[in-house]
Ligand binder design. Structure first.
Ligand SMILES: [Zn+2]
Length: 1010
C-alpha cells in the first residue's frame, strides 16, 4: 500500500497536463433540445439494413444463417391472419418478438425470426361471398397491405422464409401429413353428430363452440346434425400431451395459466366404470346395458336414476319409435348446457348392479335423457341426488319432492336409528365420508375403501366394474364443408371405399373458380363443382369422386414453425437436417390461443417426432415439444369516451379535445366518461398503428408501447404520454454526440474493442498516464491487482462504473430471463440521465462516460434500432469497429467488479442529530458489523480522521469537538472522543451521530450549532 502511494505521487508528476485543463467542462454541453426527425431516421436505417442484407446474401461467408459456430436462436411470433390491417395488438406482439430477436442478434446468435401468413379460413370466404371476389385475390391483397405496414415498424424479419398457408406449395404438405396420419390409423372417418354453424354453414370442433352453445366465430346458435366426418386421433397422444406439461412448466417456461388450461382441456380423471342392466317393460328388443363413469362409486347405494346424453345410442334407437322423445331432442338443442330439463324414458328402467348383492339398495331406477349429460366418457351418468349438486337439482326439477336417500355421512354413525329422513330442501353432502349403518357389509367404511370394496364385490359376482381413466379430450374433427382450406386428399370409390390420393399426385389443388361464383353463395363450393369432384380411383381406375371436405385451418398452423426452417423443400414438410433446429426458443402470441392452437401444434410436433421427421438427438430434452418458452402478451385497450348520461359511446368528432387534459362533449360541454376497453368499431376507440408510426416514428412507438405495461398485462394505449419516450430518445442521440465529441477532444485514441475486460482498459489508461492517482485515503481493498487499480479511481468514478455494471446485469436479465421489457426502458432512461448528469471530474470520467454511452446504445438497440444505429454511427466514427450496431455485441456485465467498485460508500457525520459533513469512505467489514458497537464506533471514527473534514472535527485537542468539550481528556472506550461524549453508529456505518454528555447538553448543542 505504501509503495503504491509513492507510485501515485510519481503519477501526479508524470501527468503532462493538469486534469482541469484536459477536461473541457464538468458536464456534457447541454445543447438546446434539438428536434429529431424520427421518421427520417427510420427511412435512413431501414434502407441501410436493406443494403446490408443484400450484401450479406451475396457474400455467403458473411451470411448469418447456417453459421456453424453460432448458437441458434429461433424467435417466433404467432403468424397473423391476413385481415388487411395491422392493429395495435399485432404491433405489440411483433414488437416484443422483434426486440427479443434483435437482442439475440446482438448477443451474437444465429437468429431466425420469420414471418408468414395464416391465409386460409372463413373470413376470406365470407368476404368473397359478400363482395364477389375470389378469396385468394382478397387474401393476397391483404397480405401485401399488411406486409407494408410491418415493414414500417422497423422489424428485422427473415422475409426470404415467408410462407402463405394458402399456397399449394405449402398445403401440399398438409395433405402429406394427413396421408401419414391416415397410413398409421391416426386419421379416420366416422359418422358423427356434429356441431353445425347454420350461419357459416360449416361444422365446428367442440372447441369452437362456446359455453352457451354458440359458434366462436359467427355467434350463431350451434345445431347438432349427423355427418360423416374426418377425425385425427389426438387421443392417441393424450398421455404425453399431459405428462409433458410438467416439462413446460419447469422454470416458468410456459405461463401457469396456459398449463392449467391445457391440463383442464385434456381433462384426465380417474374413477370407476359401472354397468347398469336395462329392463324394458314393452316387450321390445332388449336394450344394451348402460355404462357409466363415476369418481364416486361409494355413492352407488344412493342412485335414484340414470341419465343419458342426447346422443347416447339407446336414445338414438328409442327416438325412432318415440315421437315425443324426438320432439324433446329437437328442443333440447337450444337449451343451455346447465339446463335441468329431462325426458323420462317410458317403460325403461336401469338395474342397480349392487341391488343383487345388498337387498336394501333400490333395484330399478328410472332412466332420463338430459342435456346436462355431456358427450364424453360413456355419455351417461348415475344420478345421486343425495351426494351431487347437479344431480340434486335435476332430481328436484324432474321428480319433485320425493325423498332423497343419503348413504354417506360426514361423521361416523353406528346406530341407524339416528338417521332421519332428510327434509326435501336439504343440500347434497358432496364430501367424502362414512357409509351409513344400514348398508350391509359397508357400514362405517370410509369412501375410498368403500369404492375398492364395491369394485371387488361386483367383480366377484361376475359384473362389469373396474377402475378406469376418463378424458375430456375428444379426437380432433378436421372436416370443414368450405372452399378456402386444404382439400382432404382422399378419393371415394364405390368398390374400393375411401382411397388415399397417391403422394405423387399431390397437391390436390382447389378448383380455380371465377369471382362471380362466390357472390351471395352458401354451402360448400367443392361439393357443387362436379368437374373438380369427378376423378378416377387410384386403385381400380373406375370413376370415383374426390372428398369435398377441406381441413380445419388449425391444421395449417399446427406445424408451420417447422416449415420456416426449410421453406422451399418440395419433397417433405421439413428436412430432418433442418428440423434439428427445433424447438422454437421463444414463441410469442395471444393467450386466446392457449388451448386449441397450442394443443394441436404440440400433437403434430409429437407426430413429427414419431415419424422421425423431427429427428431424435442424443441430448434431446424437448420430448417433441415445439415451443421451449411461451410468452403470452396482454391485449391492447383503447381510450373510450362515453356519454355519462346515456352510456352511449362517443365518436372522436363528438368530443372537443382543445384542452387535451380535460376534453368535453361538443353537444353538452359536459365531461365524457373515459375508460379503456377492448378496441372495437362500435366503441370508436380503435387506433391505427400506421398513423402512430407515421407521426412519431417506429422507434418512439415501439419504446412507448413497451414502456407502458409489462408484456403480459393489458396495455391501456394512451398516446398523450408518448412525449416522455420521445424526449428520452432525443437525449440518447444528444448524449452520443456529446460523448463522442468530448472523447475525441480529450485526445484519446479511438477505442477499438469495447468489450475487453475493464481492468485491462484501466491498465491501458495507466500506461498512457491518464489514470490519475488515488484520491481516497484509507482505502485498503486487499492485494489483488484489480482492487489496487480500482483504488486509483475517484469514488465518484467507482460509483459511476458500478452503476453501469448493475444496469447491464439487470437489463440482460430482463431481456433474457424475465422479459420485463418495460423495466428495461425505465432502466435505460435512468441510465441516460445518470451518464448525462455525471460531472466530468477527470479524464478518466470522460473515458468512462464514452464507454458507458457505447454500452447504453447497445442495450437500447433492440428497442429503438434506428436511433441506436444513428447514435452509434456518430459515437464510433474514426474506429474500425462494425458498421452496424447489431454486429457490435451486447455488453456483458462484469459483476465481479461491482463489490470492488462498491467497497466505498457515503458516511454522514452528525452531532446531536445535526449533519456536519459527509465523506465517501470504505465499508466496514461484515466481521466488524457483527462485533460490538464500541469496536464499530472506534473503526468509523478512526477512518473519518483520514479526511480533512474528519480532522477538522475530531483531531485530538484541536478538533472542533474537543474545543466544544473544553477538555483534552479522552473517552475511555472511544479514545477519538472527549470524555463524556459517545457515538451512535447506524445504517451499517453510513451514519455516525455524536452524543454530547447530558449535563452539558444545552451548552454543547448551542456551541455546536453556532
Ligand atoms: Zn376403386
Amino acid at each position: 500500500m505504501r509503495g503504491l502511494s509513492l507510485h501515485r505521487v510519481g503519477w501526479r508528476h508524470a501527468l503532462r497536463l493538469p486534469p482541469q485543463r484536459r477536461c473541457a467542462s464538468t458536464k456534457l454541453p447541454s445543447e438546446p433540445a434539438r428536434h429529431v426527425d424520427f421518421s427520417a431516421l427510420d427511412a435512413k436505417w431501414q434502407a441501410q439494413w436493406g443494403r446490408w442484407k443484400r450484401e450479406e446474401d451475396t457474400t455467403p461467408a458473411k451470411s448469418g444463417h447456417g453459421g456453424k459456430h453460432k448458437e441458434k436462436a429461433y424467435i417466433l411470433p404467432m403468424f397473423p391472419y391476413p385481415s388487411g390491417t395491422l392493429h395495435l395488438g399485432h404491433l405489440r406482439v411483433y414488437t416484443i418478438s422483434d426486440v427479443l430477436a434483435r437482442f439475440k442478434q446482438l448477443q451474437g446468435c444465429d437468429v431466425l425470426h420469420p414471418i408468414g401468413w395464416d391465409a386460409f379460413g372463413l373470413p376470406a370466404e365470407n368476404a368473397a361471398i359478400e363482395r364477389g371476389v375470389h378469396p385468394e385475390k382478397w387474401t393476397l391483397q391483404n397480405i401485401e397491405a399488411m406486409k407494408e405496414q410491418m415493414m414500417a415498424m422497423g422489424g428485422r424479419w427473415d422475409w426470404d422464409r415467408e410462407i402463405r398457408t394458402c399456397d399449394p406449395a405449402y398445403y401440399k404438405h398438409n395433405q402429406l401429413i394427413f396421408l401419414q396420419l391416415l397410413e398409421r390409423g391416426l386419421a379416420y372417418q366416422a359418422e358423427s353428430l356434429v356441431n353445425y354453424d347454420p350461419v357459416d354453414k360449416t361444422v365446428l370442433a367442440n372447441e369452437q363452440v362456446d359455453a352457451n352453445g354458440c359458434s366462436w366465430r359467427s355467434g350463431a346458435k350451434v345445431q347438432k346434425i349427423m355427418l360423416k366426418q374426418w377425425f385425427l386421433k389426438i387421443k392417441e397422444y393424450q398421455d404425453s400431451l399431459l405428462d409433458d406439461l410438467k416439462l413446460l412448466a419447469l422454470g416458468g417456461n410456459w405461463p401457469e395459466r396456459v398449463i392449467a388450461q391445457q391440463r383442464n382441456w385434456l381433462g384426465k380423471s380417474e374413477g370407476t366404470k359401472l354397468t347398469f342392466d336395462v329392463q324394458s317393460t314393452e316387450g321390445q328388443r332388449p336394450l344394451d346395458p348402460i355404462r357409466v363413469f363415476t369418481t364416486r362409486a361409494d355413492t352407488l347405494f344412493g342412485v335414484h336414476y340414470v341419465a343419458l346424453s342426447l346422443n347416447h345410442p339407446i336414445v338414438t334407437e328409442l327416438a325412432d319409435k318415440d315421437a315425443s322423445l324426438r320432439n324433446f331432442l329437437l328442443q333440447a338443442q337450444i337449451l343451455p348446457p346447465d339446463s335441468k330439463e329431462g325426458y323420462l324414458l317410458p317403460n325403461v328402467t336401469a338395474i342397480n348392479p349392487m341391488s343383487e348383492l345388498i337387498p336394501s339398495v333400490d333395484r330399478a331406477v328410472p332412466v332420463y335423457v338430459a342435456p346436462y349429460v355431456l358427450d364424453y366418457g360413456y355419455s351417461a351418468v348415475m344420478g345421486v341426488p343425495g351426494h351431487d349438486t347437479r344431480d340434486n337439482a335435476f332430481w328436484r326439477a324432474n321428480a319433485g319432492n320425493s325423498p332423497i336417500r343419503k348413504v354417506i355421512t360426514s361423521e361416523l354413525i353406528e346406530d341407524s336409528t339416528l338417521l332421519k329422513t332428510e327434509p326435501v330442501n336439504d343440500q347434497p353432502m358432496t364430501e367424502k365420508g362414512y357409509i351409513v349403518p344400514d348398508i350391509e357389509g359397508f357400514s362405517g367404511l370410509f369412501s375410498d375403501w368403500a369404492v375398492d370394496k364395491v369394485i371387488k364385490l361386483l367383480q366377484e359376482a361376475g359384473k362389469d366394474a373396474e377402475k378406469v381413466e376418463n378424458w375430456r379430450l375428444r379426437d380432433w374433427l378436421i372436416s370443414r364443408q368450405r372452399y378456402w382450406g386444404t382439400p382432404i386428399p382422399v378419393i371415394h370409390c364405390d368398390s374400393c371405399g375411401p382411397v388415399p390420393v397417391p403422394e405423387e399426385d399431390l397437391p390436390v389443388t382447389l378448383p380455380d373458380l371465377p369471382d362471380s361464383f362466390f357472390q351471395g353463395r352458401s354451402g360448400n363450393p367443392l361439393a357443387e363443382d362436379t368437374n373438380w369432384k369427378k376423378t378416377a380411383c387410384p386403385k381400380c381406375g373406375s370413376s370415383a369422386e374426390r372428398e369435398t371436405d377441406t381441413m380445419d385451418t388449425f391444421m395449417d398452423s399446427s406445424w408451420y414453425f417447422f416449415r420456416f426452417l426449410d421453406p422451399h423443400n418440395e419433397a417433405k414438410p421439413v428436412g430432418s437436417d433442418k428440423a434439428k433446429n427445433m424447438p422454437v426458443d421463444i414463441y410469442v402470441g395471444g393467450v386466446e390461443h392457449a388451448i386449441l392452437h397450442l394443443l394441436y401444434a404440440r400433437f403434430i410436433s409429437k407426430f413429427f417426432k414419431t415419424l422421425g421427421w423431427w429427428p431424435h438427438l442424443e441430448d434431446d430434452q424437448a420430448h417433441g415439444e415445439p415451443f421451449r418458452r411461451l410468452i403470452t402478451q396482454g391485449m391492447v385497450h383503447g381510450k373510450t369516451y362515453s356519454d355519462p348520461e346515456t352510456g352511449r359511446f362517443l365518436r372522436p368528432d363528438e368530443v372537443d379535445f382543445t384542452n387535451s387534459s380535460s376534453p368535453v362533449m361538443k353537444s353538452t360541454k359536459a365531461s365524457p366518461n373515459v375508460s379503456y376497453e377492448k378496441m372495437s368499431k362500435s366503441k370508436y376507440n380503435g387506433v391505427d398503428p400506421g398513423a402512430t408510426i407515421a407521426k412519431y416514428g417506429a422507434d418512439v412507438t415501439r419504446a412507448h408501447m413497451l414502456f407502458q405495461a409489462p408484456i403480459s398485462d393489458v396495455l391501456d394505449w394512451d398516446e398523450s404520454s408518448i412525449t416522455g419516450v420521445q424526449r428520452w430518445l432525443t437525449r440518447v442521440i444528444r448524449l452520443s454526440n456529446a460523448a463522442s465529441a468530448t472523447y475525441r477532444n480529450s485526445g484519446y485514441e479511438p477505442l477499438e474493442d469495447l468489450d475487453q475486460p475493464w481492468l485491462q482498459l484501466l491498465l491501458q489508461l495507466s500506461r498512457q498516464e491518464i489514470l490519475p492517482a488515488i484520491a481516497l485515503d484509507g482505502v485498503n481493498m486487499g492485494h489483488s491487482e484489480g482492487a489496487r487499480f480500482i483504488a486509483r479511481l475517484e469514488p465518484a468514478e467507482q460509483h459511476f462504473w458500478a452503476r453501469i455494471q448493475e444496469v447491464i446485469a439487470s437489463v440482460t436479465q430482463s431481456y433474457s430471463e424475465t422479459y420485463s421489457l418495460n423495466t428495461i426502458v425505465s432502466d435505460l432512461m435512468t441510465l441516460t440521465n445518470h451518464i448525462e448528469d455525471e460531472p466530468h471530474i477527470s479524464d478518466t470520467m470522460v473515458y468512462l462516460k464514452y464507454l458507458a454511452t457505447a454500452h447504453l446504445l447497445r442495450m437500447t438497440a433492440p428497442i429503438a434500432p434506428a436511433v441506436a444505429e444513428e447514435s452509434w454511427e456518430v459515437l464510433r466514427q474514426g474506429t474500425n469497429g462494425p458498421s452496424s450496431i447489431f454486429d457490435a455485441g451486447f455488453p456483458v456485465a462484469e459483476v465481479d467488479l461491482i463489490p470492488l467498485l462498491r467497497a466505498t460508500r457515503p458516511c454522514v457525520f452528525t452531532v446531536n442529530g445535526k449533519k456536519k459533513f459527509e465523506v465517501i469512505m470504505r465499508k466496514p467489514s461484515n466481521e466488524l458489523l457483527k462485533s460490538g458497537k464500541v469496536e464499530l464506533a472506534n473503526w468509523v471514527l478512526e477512518h473519518l480522521q483520514r479526511f480533512d473534514e474528519g480532522k477538522e472535527w475530531l483531531e485530538h485537542g484541536i478538533g472542533k469537538l474537543w474545543t466544544i468539550a473544553g477538555t483534552n481528556e479522552r473517552n475511555r472506550d472511544i479514545p477519538s472522543l472527549p470524555t463524556g461524549y459517545t457515538a451512535v453508529v447506524a445504517k451499517k456505518g453510513q451514519l455516525v451521530n455524536i452524543v454530547p454528555p447530558k449535563k452539558k447538553k444545552k451548552a454543547a448543542t448551542e456551541d455546536v450549532d453556532s
